[in-house]
Design a protein around this ligand. Structure first.
Ligand code: ASP
Length: 441
């Protein structure tokens, strides 16, 4: 018992030290060297977003130029994010686990988060299916000849399960296999708790490295306005005409579902289970949502998401455990997209889906979204699994591939907002549990 107490004291000290040197604030204006107020990063990102759309529309006839000369700078930015993301996930989950100093507490928080993630994702797919069926009649009849799509490598459900567990200490990190990195972080975190007081130096080290990597991430994030501009403008240049073209309806369906899910599910959850007004929640999440929209990467948005949720009042220990987990396995936007696209592709091919097939889509889309990596475009690869599960032609992916990035930007916003709502809810439930425990003692 005394051992546990001193361990948690060590954590508390580290957390306080980290708070004292907190990374630059995204939401508040800072003063520059000359004393002038600098625009907050969220504002800079927003301006970059607007400029990217304008520049993209102006470059519609020069999409190749935009992709050849502008996009690479966006790729450099994404590469830097990919470089930092493994240490961020590894150290933030380890720090999150050890900060709880109690395996039962980790189980409670992790268990609540898992249930929350699975249930909300199943809701998401169902919403996608309902709206896609309503909008089905408006879908354009597309020519389905000349469609080319290279089938991704298939993995069975059992292979997927086995592949979660690393067989090597280095490859999960070098290959950025996030599920394996999470398993590593959990195992090491649990071991540190079990070793007890002797592991106190390890806890300090983990917290210090966590802070160092967060700082590196912070430095990279300062480049985000440039990254956002360079990533987005070529997309607009390439797809601008298509936005108002034949795929507008299916895009609209997906975006309506994203909005319905956010308003109906997340608002209700943060209000009823998180004790927070939905307005406050969405306002606080705005910088992270904007970043997710531009980067189309849940993993890349993780540091900003951590910052936003903590500012909204989620406990640091819960957020640093629940958010990296969510950025890896919880993809409500992706699940919606997969449901909508399955119906869209079916109607383009003139295939009528039965009720049992719809249920299969809900189940596989929920599972597929778990296996989707939080990086741009991975949801489209997993769509193949959903289509296969109900015998739809995988080639149909070619129909939506051209505008995938536009789907992706919206689904990533929903993906990270879902993770954040979970952090708020679990944190609030955990606080209540602890208050009840204290009242009983
Ligand atoms: N880009 C999404 C994300 O990072 C994943 C996807 O492609 O659906 O959350």
């Amino acid at each position: 018992m005394s051992e546990e107490k001193s361990l948690s004291q060590t954590n508390q000290e580290a957390i306080m030290a980290e708070a004292a040197t907190a990374a630059e604030d995204f939401g508040e204006a800072k003063r520059g060297k000359n004393g002038k107020k600098k625009m907050p990063l969220a504002g800079q990102i927003f301006i970059a977003l607007v400029l990217a759309i304008i520049a993209g529309l102006l470059m519609q006839n020069h999409a190749d130029f935009a992709e050849t000369y502008i996009q690479p700078f966006g790729t450099i930015f994404l590469n830097l994010i990919k470089f930092i993301i493994v240490p961020i996930v590894l150290f933030s989950i380890m720090a999150g686990v050890v900060s709880m100093s109690d395996i039962r507490k980790v189980g409670m928080v992790g268990g609540s988060a898992l249930v929350y993630y699975l249930v909300t994702t199943a809701f998401a797919t169902s919403i996608g299916l309902v709206f896609a069926n309503i909008f089905k009649t408006f879908y354009p009849v597309l020519s389905t000849s000349n469609l080319k799509y290279e089938e991704p490598q298939k993995a069975s459900a059992m292979d997927t399960l086995v592949n979660i567990f690393p067989d090597n200490f280095i490859t999960p990190m070098s290959g950025a296999n996030m599920l394996q990195v999470i398993v590593m972080a959990l195992l090491i975190g649990f071991a540190i708790i079990l070793v007890g007081q002797k592991a106190a130096p390890a806890i300090k080290t983990i917290n210090v490295w966590n802070e160092i990597f967060m700082k590196v991430m912070d430095m990279i994030l300062r480049l985000s306005p440039i990254g956002v501009f360079c990533l987005l403008s070529p997309v607009v240049a390439r797809n601008g005409a298509l936005i108002i073209g034949s795929l507008a309806m299916v895009l609209l369906t997906a975006y309506i579902c994203y909005a319905v899910h956010a308003i109906c599910i997340y608002s209700v959850n943060v209000r009823l289970m998180g004790g927070m007004s939905p307005l406050r929640f969405f306002k606080g999440m705005l910088p992270a949502m904007l970043f997710a929209f531009s980067s189309a990467s849940s993993i890349g948005t993780l540091p900003l998401n951590l910052e936003c949720t903590e500012k909204l009042g989620a406990s640091k220990e819960v957020a640093s455990f629940v958010l990296p987990l969510g950025a890896t396995i919880n993809m409500d936007g992706t699940a919606i997209y997969q449901g909508v696209c399955a119906i869209f592709i079916a109607s383009c091919y003139g295939i009528h889906l039965t009720a049992p097939q719809m249920v299969t889509i809900v189940l596989t889309a929920t599972l597929a979204s778990i296996g989707t990596a939080g990086v741009p475009g991975s949801g489209m690869v997993m769509l193949a699994m959903v289509l296969q599960s109900v015998g739809l032609p995988i080639e149909g992916i070619a129909l939506v591939a051209g505008v995938d990035r536009i789907f992706d930007m919206g689904r990533t916003v929903l993906n990270i907002t879902g993770d954040a709502s979970c952090a708020i809810v679990v944190s609030h439930l955990q606080d209540r549990r602890e208050a009840r425990k204290a009242a009983r003692a």
